[in-house]
Ligand binder design. Structure first.
Ligand code: 5GP
Ligand code: MN
Ligand code: MN
Length: 328
């Protein structure tokens, strides 16, 4: 991100009295963490702040409820209709803002803070760096350039973003700068053990049963194109209903499926409450899944991407397999 864009962002935020923040629907730790971090920092200096992830009658996913600053969140219906200044976090396209996509089009100034390579620059100012490990990295820089302090609560939000998007400091995005940032955040007194537990180790018992169903069905296809192994499975709405499991509880199953060394590409199809299939894909090799998923109407990063499908599982996999062969 060029220095003049940062300067302009600092100008816009400093001169605004009210700031409307937003992140993508079905927020993860990076989206909500970045939003709440900046929200807390701006509220601390007396700005009026509202935040939302564009879902009517929203509920914050259980694993993100420990994040400080949730009192900043409002329903999309209570969000300003045409904000003076809106800041969007972790969304590559306006439609990822759900109900707030239309508001984004009406904001006088729209600052887009993001790290997706598939982003389309839908802001009046785009602070977009595909090289950033997380949007939280850019959120921290914005707070720093505004000259605002990062207290333990703000650090907790930023750390949640950093640890989520780097896969607990395992992905290729994990650099010395990432660890330096983690060090700065931990120095505020936050507890990494507590955050890791909140994010990953507080699943309801039914999660284990549904994970069992997903693993029972798992398929390994060793010959998908250029020696590219493909491992995949699915979880239905009925699987979750049998154990009273909300959709967001199954989002981490992909991290189990991708563990096998016998496949470079891992896929899980998750049926949401509306009956649509949310497809998560992961790659260990050189294949760029953000391009494959973009062809199917989604997007993401080279090694972690996704899309939504309204077709039956087998049909979706046939389409994905064909694109994978072509991309290999
Ligand atoms: P996940 O599989 O964890 O849900 O998402 C992995 C990555 O793919 C994230 O960076 C996310 O933004 C992107 N992604 C997942 N689903 C979609 C989708 O339906 N549309 C777009 N544009 N990106 C998606
Ligand atoms: Mn995200
Ligand atoms: Mn992110």
């Amino acid at each position: 991100v060029p220095g003049r864009d940062w300067d302009r962002a600092v100008e816009l935020v400093s001169s605004a009295e009210e700031v409307a923040l937003a992140c993508h629907i079905s927020p993860d730790g990076d989206a909500l963490g970045s939003t709440l971090a900046v929200g807390l920092a701006l509220r601390a200096v007396g700005k009026r702040v509202v935040a939302s992830f564009g879902e009517r009658g929203f509920t914050v996913p259980r694993l993100l409820r420990f994040l400080p600053g949730q009192d900043l969140l409002v329903d999309p219906d209570d969000y300003p209709a045409a904000p003076e200044l809106m800041i969007s976090f972790d969304a590559p396209t306006a439609d990822r803002l759900g109900e707030l996509a239309r508001v984004a089009g009406k904001a006088r100034e729209l600052v887009v803070v993001d790290h997706h390579p598939s982003h389309v620059g839908f802001g009046t100012l785009n602070l977009v760096d595909p090289g950033a490990a997380a949007t939280a990295v850019l959120a921290e820089e914005l707070i720093r350039r505004l000259g605002l302090p990062v207290d333990r609560d703000i650090a907790t939000c930023l750390y949640a973003g950093l640890v989520t998007d780097t896969g607990s400091f395992r992905h290729s995005s994990t650099t010395s700068e990432v660890h330096a940032m983690a060090g700065r955040l931990i120095a505020t007194g936050l507890n990494p053990e507590e955050i890791a537990r909140e994010l990953w180790d507080r699943s309801p018992f039914g999660y284990l049963r549904v994970l069992g169903l997903a693993l029972e069905r798992v398929v390994l296809e060793p010959e998908t194109g250029d020696g590219l192994g493909l491992v995949w499975t699915y979880v239905t709405r009925d699987d979750r209903a049998a154990y009273g499991l909300p959709y967001h509880e199954v989002e981490g199953i992909i991290d189990v499926v991708r563990r096998t060394d016998d496949a470079d590409v891992a896929v899980i199809l998750k049926e949401d409450d509306g009956g649509a299939w949310q497809v998560s894909t992961r790659s260990k090799g050189g294949i760029d899944l953000s391009r494959v998923c973009a062809t199917l109407g989604g997007g993401g990063h080279a090694k972690a991407a996704g899309f939504t499908s309204h077709q039956p599982v087998e049909q979706t996999m046939a389409a994905f397999r064909a694109l994978l062969r072509r991309a290999a």
